[in-house]
Design a protein around this ligand. Structure first.
Ligand code: FNR
Length: 348
């Protein structure tokens, strides 16, 4: 099967993954309105292309908090990569390193932080934290991530409880017995993995700052009010995210929320986005509306399901090629030339 675009990987993954795994990856909360709108929202935005602008030499590199990446796409944190391929997060780490992009490793990885770090030494990795009721476990993970050389701490803020994903309930989804949440071994039984602390507040950012020197990036912000609070509490980055529509159903598409967050932040911290990125032109639209970089969740899992590390590299390469082409066709040869002048945008 010739893999031409990201939906080809989706078709492959749906065909070959066990149904319970496919359903878990695909799930949105409730009836999936927000999950679907993340994708549809890009189709409502049109470009304002410029022509005759010498696009013979293209530069798609950018920087995240000072670190250079080869193009403005990274791997969003998703759990349980061994469900997609045998080497799990180790494959993800190697693919991200080969493509020189940022990989955000999830608390709910099926490889340990040591394994992830050792699989791709000296690569660009952030650690995504869910704060658990047992704060000692979270503290240890944060400090371990810093000691291992992870370069950023991503606090996921939109999961005080897990959203209602109907197919997972119907399937009685749980990890197979031969897989485990390696970062939580000994601390929790798998059946208690959702022992998250729903009492977390903005004040806990100060607690995190007391544990680590890593920059803190807050993931799951959708409003100008929370964007302002994130900046005031010392976050160095914001990921506009609705968790791929897996948490609150009925919230905005992330590309629609991006605009108010970018306006509120006024360049004080870097703003990133995830949710619904399926084409290079989606990446360009998000950058035009103010994101510095975007992250992919499900498409990375489809790539892993297709051919492990190599499959994820294919996904990233296709996205990069499409992004470069979209830039050229709108008259940009460098990411610094991307701006709101490139899109016609009205929230419908
Ligand atoms: C996620 N997401 C997620 N987020 C997070 O902060 N920690 C996690 O462990 C997970 N786990 C997870 C598993 C699966 C199967 C999915 C699909 C998603 C959310 C993820 O980081 C991201 O916000 C969305 O996946 C982005 O949307 P797209 O790219 O999947 O449309």
């Amino acid at each position: 099967m010739a893999m031409v675009c990201l939906s080809d990987f989706e078709v492959y993954a749906k065909k070959y993954l066990p149904k319970t795994t496919w359903d878990f990856f695909a799930a949105g909360a409730d009836d999936g309105t927000t999950r679907d709108d993340n994708i549809l929202a890009y189709k409502r935005i049109r470009f304002r292309p410029r022509v005759l602008r010498d696009v013979s030499v293209m530069d798609v590199r950018t920087k995240l908090l000072g670190t250079e990446i080869s193009f403005p796409v990274g791997i969003a944190p998703t759990g349980f990569h061994q469900l997609a391929c045998p080497d799990g997060e180790k494959s993800t780490a190697r693919a991200a390193k080969a493509m020189n992009v940022c990989y955000i490793a999830s608390t709910y990885s099926t490889s340990s932080l040591e394994e992830i770090s050792a699989a791709a030494p000296s690569s660009f990795q952030w650690f995504q934290l869910y704060i658990h009721r047992n704060r000692a476990v979270s503290k240890q993970l944060v400090q371990q991530a810093e000691a291992l050389g992870f370069q950023g701490l991503v606090l996921t803020a939109d999961l005080p409880y897990t959203g209602k994903r109907r197919d997972d309930v119907r399937n009685g989804f749980r990890l197979p017995p031969y897989m485990s949440l390696k970062n939580l071994e000994g601390a929790f039984e798998v059946c208690k993995m959702m022992s998250l602390d729903p009492s977390v507040t903005w004040n806990d950012i100060h607690w995190l700052q007391s544990l680590t020197h890593l920059p803190i990036i807050i993931k799951g912000i959708l409003t100008k009010e929370d964007a302002e609070l994130a900046v005031r509490h010392g976050a160095q980055g914001i990921i506009v995210s609705n968790h791929g529509g897996r948490q609150l159903d009925g919230g905005p598409a992330t590309i629609d929320a991006l605009v108010e967050v970018v306006e509120a932040v006024q360049g004080r911290v870097e703003v990133y986005l995830d949710g619904g990125i399926r084409k290079g032109s989606d990446v360009l639209k998000a950058l035009a509306l103010g994101a510095r970089c975007v992250f992919i969740g499900r498409p990375a899992l489809w790539g892993l399901a297709y051919k492990g590390e190599e499959g994820l590299q294919d996904v990233l390469r296709i996205l990069c090629d499409e992004f470069r082409l979209s830039m050229a066709l709108t008259g940009c040869s460098n990411v610094s030339e991307i701006g709101s002048h490139l899109v016609q945008y009205s929230k419908l």
